[in-house]
Design a protein around this ligand. Structure first.
Ligand code: GLU
Length: 487
């Protein structure tokens, strides 16, 4: 890899035309990790030139979503910096000035061709079976004539005078890329009102903000040669370029809404942890040098480099993300987990404040092992958190139909009542004793018990569960099941 120029200044430039997309989150993460790894600066710039589709609430969603993932930037609309403004919509004067400079250097020319003129050119190319490139008709207009037409009210677009040459760049991820500028033609860089076209604004901003590395998704790779031509016209130093592989659906098509959730918020709403999401996003196109998979943000910053970013598309695998989430559920301190569960507990009408904190922590400990998503914890612990038992009808029926049910429940009810101290240990001995006395197999004992006490035939460790459920509630549940069986 080529030596990294210093100082390192990278940027992310989201367009606020939708909620925070996982692709934007991944690009931000990679830029963040690159900046942190190399002690560089990360700049966040909002590309809101599309006035119709850009909306303030999307900007808010993107900024808060990125912060929620634990990411931060050194310059941006919310934190300021020496190279602002950081909203493109506030930078028009800068773009106008740059256009005027290119005009003065005759690097751009006004194009008066109408839409109909261009359409006719396009058709000719189509008939000839060639790629359409603008004919450069207006580039021949004498300057005085162009000036006169503008003075009499014509509003041209502005085209870059593109020299015929090979545009070459060494992509930090994809290697050498080369394209003949003749296949690009004299691109439009400013509209009839002199406002910049996307590629022009991006280059001006990247030059003005002294960006050293432009690291973005591969969907922008076709813009890069055009942008390089603009840098050259401006006489500006080129940054290094690197394009991250696309995030693909399992069928290898571009990930889109029809494959499921595409915004970060939707994943958080499903009960994924920010730690797991960040960890998974990092693995979308990158792998750690030692192939470790469960990595926290600080570890990712330590290990991340462009050398280990892949060229080929990264498949978004929900199973892998869910697995990672399970790893993180077990890895996070249970106090943190309780904090994350807070809104979920609130939402299901059993707020954390209604329980003893240590008891809640013990409940988390009990069920966490088998869970992969936050709401699964609530589901597994439902029989403890909800005052009333909410039985699974099928499982209860299956258990209570067993010939052993009535006798098992009666025997345990009597034993529960007589137990002096209610601890996990005394419960273990009680179970051992009952099992040796009852003439039934394991399943014939455990199914009715579990169904009566937890509403299911399987779940977390039963003695631990009962300890947390308490003697009174456990006894009541057996009695209630017995009366149901007798009725
Ligand atoms: N605004 C572009 C996007 O949201 C980013 C452009 C760039 O990184 O150059 O995809």
């Amino acid at each position: 890899m080529t030596a990294t120029p210093s100082p390192i200044r990278v940027r992310i430039a989201p367009s606020p035309t939708g909620n925070l997309h996982i692709g934007t989150a991944r690009t931000t993460l990679f830029n963040y990790l690159f900046a942190r790894h190399h002690g560089g600066t990360l700049i966040l710039r909002i590309e809101d030139t599309d006035q119709v589709r850009s909306q303030a609430h999307f900007t808010e969603n993107i900024l808060s979503g990125l912060k929620g993932l634990g990411l931060s930037w050194d310059e941006g609309p919310d934190v300021g910096g020496a190279f602002g403004p950081y909203f493109q919509s506030e930078r028009n004067d800068i773009y106008f000035k740059a256009l005027a400079e290119l005009e003065a250097k005759e690097q751009v020319y006004p194009c008066f061709c109408s839409e109909a003129d261009l359409q006719a050119e396009r058709q000719l190319a189509e008939q000839a079976g060639t790629t359409y490139i603008y004919s450069r008709k207006c580039s021949q207009l004498p300057q005085a004539e162009a000036q006169a037409r503008i003075e009499s009210g014509a509003t041209p677009v502005w085209r870059l005078r593109v020299p015929s040459k090979a545009v070459v760049f060494d992509d930090l991820i994809r290697g050498r890329i080369e394209i003949q500028s003749d296949l690009i033609g004299d691109i439009i860089i400013a509209k009839r009102d002199r406002s910049p076209i996307y590629n022009f604004a991006v280059v001006i901003d990247d030059v003005e903000m002294q960006i050293s590395h432009v690291l973005r998704g591969e969907d922008h790779i076709s813009n890069t040669p055009k942008q390089i031509l603009i840098y050259e016209a401006l006489g500006a130093t080129l940054p290094a370029f690197g394009h991250f592989p696309m995030i693909l659906a399992p069928d290898r098509s571009k990930l889109s809404k029809r494959h499921g959730a595409t915004s970060v918020g939707e994943y958080l709403d499903k009960g994924f942890l920010t730690e797991a999401l960040v960890n998974y996003l990092a693995l979308l196109g990158w792998s750690a040098p030692d192939n470790r998979e469960v990595l926290a943000l600080n570890e990712l910053s330590e290990f991340f480099d462009l050398d280990h970013v892949n060229k080929s598309g990264a498949i978004f695998d929900i199973e892998k993300l869910t697995w990672l989430n399970g790893q993180w559920l077990r890895q996070l301190p249970r106090e943190t987990l309780l904090e994350r569960l807070d809104p979920w507990l609130e939402k299901q009408g059993t707020p954390a404040a209604g329980f003893d904190r240590d008891w809640l922590l013990a409940v988390i400990d009990l069920v966490q092992e088998k869970c992969r998503l936050l709401p699964e914890i609530l589901e597994q612990a439902q029989f403890l958190l909800q005052a009333e038992l909410i039985p699974d009808p099928e499982q209860s029926q299956k258990a209570f139909e067993l010939a052993s049910a009535k006798e098992v429940l009666s025997a345990f009810a009597a034993a529960f009542e007589q137990l002096d101290t209610w601890t996990v240990e005394t419960l273990h001995s009680l179970f051992e004793q009952q099992k040796s006395q009852l003439p039934y197999k394991m399943k014939e004992i455990m199914w009715p018990l579990r169904a009566a006490l937890t509403g299911r035939t399987a779940g977390a460790d039963l003695q631990q569960s009962l300890f947390l459920l308490g003697q009174k509630r456990s006894h009541e549940r057996l009695q209630s099941a017995l009366s149901q069986l007798k009725g």
